[in-house]
Design a protein around this ligand. Structure first.
Ligand code: ZN
Length: 303
């Protein structure tokens, strides 16, 4: 039986099937799972498979098998973004009706020319905002963020404020290769599917600002956020599928789960050595304390 309190919390994990899970994705999976389960809530699984160039054949199956090996139990059916295109289409249509969308003719190369020298991502300079350059056709669709500010709550970092015009610029909603952009799809899914809290890596903090703004514009409920620390190597470089610095081993899930527990700064325990995966979750769900998490980037390998 589910009482009102238990059905109130809904969280999710949303991997992109571009390869096997790495340490950072396991942190996001475990952090969102522990938050949901320690509060008697639901934990949904969504596969962000919208981006054909990034989707690797077989990766979805391997992610699902890996999550099972690590003892995760998701609620409800797995959701696939590739099957939600009508919802993204409707949201884009709504934003166009509201007058927030314009076509952009710029190529990636043209925008890169105006980028900052240190490789920082530059806000779109607004070339096509008022009109397409003469003789050029629209390739993508952008959100006009003129004058937009957004505020959202993060339970580790506190209330966040962003000046979107200055800090994000007009971002893409529909790409030149006819793919709905990540921000649009994520905002529609998290909002329409009633997520009350989104727990994920701090590398997505600026994405959360854009997505929260889209949810506001679409009159969707905005979840609360938790941005977990990013896993970096000992030189401070972000761990990713490319660096392969901390692969996770589905054959030995407990080792990785204990590393994640330690990475999230949770209370060490004598009960854990020799335990099974299900012992681990039983223990961890009971002892999980979000407020112990240190949001600063850190290395999963102790110094
Ligand atoms: Zn443009």
């Amino acid at each position: 039986m589910v009482n009102a309190d238990q059905s109130a919390y809904r969280g999710r994990f949303a991997p992109t099937p571009s390869g096997p899970l790495h340490f950072g994705s396991l942190v996001a999976a475990a952090g969102s799972y522990l938050e949901a389960k320690s509060r008697g809530g639901e934990w949904r699984l969504r596969i962000d498979d919208l981006d054909p160039p990034r989707v690797v054949p077989g990766a979805t199956e391997s992610i699902l098998r890996c999550l099972e090996a690590f003892g995760f139990h998701w609620d409800g059916p797995v959701q696939y973004q590739s099957r939600r295109l009508p919802a993204y289409h409707a949201a884009l249509h709504r934003l166009r009706q509201l007058g927030f969308v314009y076509p952009c003719a710029c190529t990636r190369k043209q925008i890169a020319r105006s980028a900052l020298p240190d490789g920082e991502e530059q806000a779109y300079p607004g070339t096509c905002r008022d009109a397409l350059p003469l003789g050029r056709a629209g390739r993508s669709l952008r959100l006009n963020v003129r004058g937009m500010h957004v505020a959202f709550d993060d339970r580790l970092l506190g209330r966040q404020y962003r000046d979107l015009e200055r800090e994000a610029g007009d971002f893409i909603l529909y790409r030149a290769d006819r793919v709905y952009a990540f921000h649009l799809a994520s905002a529609v899914d998290d909002g329409e599917l009633g997520m009350t809290e989104v727990v994920r890596g701090a590398d997505l903090l600026e994405s959360s600002a854009r997505q929260a703004q889209l949810m506001h514009l679409l009159a969707l409920p905005v979840p609360r956020y938790v941005h977990l620390p990013i896993a970096v190597d000992q030189r401070g470089k972000k761990l990713s599928k490319q660096t392969k610095a901390a692969p996770i081993d589905a054959e030995r899930p407990l080792i990785s789960l204990q590393a994640v527990w330690c990475f999230l700064n949770q209370a060490p325990s004598d009960e854990l050595p020799g335990a099974t995966v299900s012992d681990f979750w039983h223990y961890a769900i009971k002892r999980w304390d979000l407020q112990r998490v240190d949001p600063r980037p850190r290395s999963p390998v102790p110094d």
